[in-house]
Design a protein around this ligand. Sequence first.
Ligand SMILES: NC(=O)c1ccc[n+]([C@@H]2O[C@H](COP(=O)([O-])OP(=O)(O)OC[C@H]3O[C@@H](n4cnc5c(N)ncnc54)[C@H](O)[C@@H]3O)[C@@H](O)[C@H]2O)c1
Length: 731
Amino acid sequence: MSTIEETMREEPETTSTAAAPVAGVVHLAVGDDGIAELRLGAADEHVVTLTRERLESLEAALQRLATTPNLRGVLVTGPGPGMFCAGADIRLIQDITEVAAGEAAAVRGRTMFQRLQQLPVPVVAAIEGPCLGGGLELALCCDLRLASDHKGTQIGLPEVKLGILPGFGGTQNLSRLVGLPTALDLILNGKLLRGKQAKKLGVVDRLVPAARLGAFARRELDRLVAAGHKAPPRRLRGMARWLSTTPLRRLVVRKADRALQQGQARFYPAPRAALHCCVQAFTLPPEQGFAAEARALGELIVSPVSKGLTHLFFLTERSKRLGKLDGARDLDRALVVGGGVMGAGIAGLFATKGLRVRLCDLDLAALARAKARLQKDLTKQLKRRRLERHDAQAIQDRLAVATDWGALQHTDLWLEAVVEDLALKQKLMQDAIARGLPPDAVLATNTSSLPVTDMAAGLPHPERVVGLHFFNPPEKMPLVEVIRGDETSDAAVATACRLAVRLGKFPVVTTDAPGFLVNRCLSPYLNEAARLLLEGTAPEAVDAAMLEFGMPMGPCRLLDEVGFDVASKVSDVMQAAFPDRMVPCELFAAMAAAKAFGQKSGGGLYGANGTGSGPGRAVLATLRRQRGTPPRTASRIEIVQRLVYPLIDEAYRCLDDGVVEAEQDLDLGLVMGIGFPPFTGGITRHAHGVGLATVVATLDELTRTLGTRFQPSDGLRRRALGGRATENPAT
Ligand SMILES: NC(=O)c1ccc[n+]([C@@H]2O[C@H](COP(=O)([O-])OP(=O)(O)OC[C@H]3O[C@@H](n4cnc5c(N)ncnc54)[C@H](O)[C@@H]3O)[C@@H](O)[C@H]2O)c1
């Protein structure tokens, strides 16, 4: 076969097959039989994104195809097994700051992809691995899409997660292909599909075994070539057609619109814009529909929400890179001691992600609950067809539960999640070593407030003791604080980070300081919420103000979930560390004394199931009476300022004290740890948006009227004076 091997750079056209394919660009080869193969990258490229360079090379390749004589068919493939195209290079999205530039980029991309559609010969896409965003929009311009059943195959348009919409024709082409209800479900939620689901929903035409994807794709292409025509466009049928093209469409639109008004969805404009565009796929002529989509992309791409979400995307990538630090080891056999709320969740997560785990507790009932909890989770996943039955069984088999630890010589991770008691944790670590835990096994603690360094003191090899602070519930919460004790080695930190990434979490490394990052920042926030209650503001008003700000849950409801017993303990630890600034509000101790803990005790500020008033209201009323001051309701703005500005100050204090290394850690840690609104891009971006000088001036005013607990730190003051902050001046 003589080929045109093309890197689509400025290199002269070559007819040689000898040159090694270059990374970063597409490769086009046209055989003597007139069949062209368009590879989206070089074989050794593990991730293919649509960078500027790749888009330019694609544009050149498509122009070349349009003028290739005797062309009979085109096969579009990824660079090799397990990768098609993961979508646009996010840096391109980040760099666009003008609406017109965003719109022009969309027009250019879509026009380019349409060239594929306009070729007079059949075009078949062979999809394996990620086929996302622009990658799918490209595939949608092919006549036929074949997806491999490879487990890495993921197909979808997740653009809304970056605050934008599919702008290379995706809203129009997908809606027309699969109908409005399915397109809305996929685009508005940024859903990713496995090959099988994509076939079921009609996003791809065939599902084929991974090993035979190439051969199948070629056979389908040959079939179309032999028939001498392109594949006829698929027509919508049945309900999909009714709900897309008739007045019944209103029902679909109303339902989607209602969902977009609720909860946190209202802070995100992209799904609303995408909804309009998808509808326009059926109400406007194609060119107008494409133009409207490009305009919408231009507007969204420059929005603060999109900039915040892209910033966050880079932070998640940065966090994932912690999983590749030098000296990291893979861990496979874990022993988890303590099977309560946290231990059971952590052990189940380990088993789900492929570790063999033994969960030990003194209490048989706790162990039975742990098994049942995992079973419930797996059953749910089976019902949603996210898991095959044999995989669910394998996960269950990997979780053993027992009251005794058994032999430890093959254990490479020992983790404790027993009650928050330093002496007990120390003793258990000593026991582990005495019972033959190998010297290179990691000893980890899930403590939320105790010093990791103290736990390691006196142990042989204290360098392998590390904090792995999961959040509740560990199966769902995305953050893990990896705590470096005074003696913890880089290798132990690296190994803990690698484990966190394997578990699908985002690690943030912190020093062994009281409250680490998240609980320390939460402390002034929750304290102030409690103080507002004592002054007379209703829990509902405090929670509503913070929901309006964008938090996923108000602080009063959060206190009920965490439990006032835990909040009271943590606030004592924080007071011991920062006696001047973190004096706990008396509400914590009073609620704990009245056993109005919250959800776990049948109700706290809210009722047992989170609705209505709980027994804690009586405690609150007594404390208010004792204060003897007339009740006062704070405004929404006052609530937000009193809760959020001290949070900003505390975050910067953590940076200045060296608890974390960089502002990025504050942004990621608080979005993933307490749900600080993701659309802000994180707490420091939010603070810069408000203006640090405004934050400081407001805190000064609050100090004057309400007390020294609001006094801003020197670091924050310095930053406010000097523009942008320097990274961690303490280190
Ligand atoms: N609950 C949370 O929200 C949360 C969040 C992050 C971290 N943590 C931390 O995780 C740890 C556990 O918290 P939890 O909420 O799961 O507590 P929990 O009370 O629900 O569970 C503790 C379990 O430890 C068991 N246990 C006690 N002594 C034991 C021993 N000697 N050997 C084996 N098992 C023993 C108990 O029977 C109980 O089942 C604590 O250090 C806590 O600070 C808790």
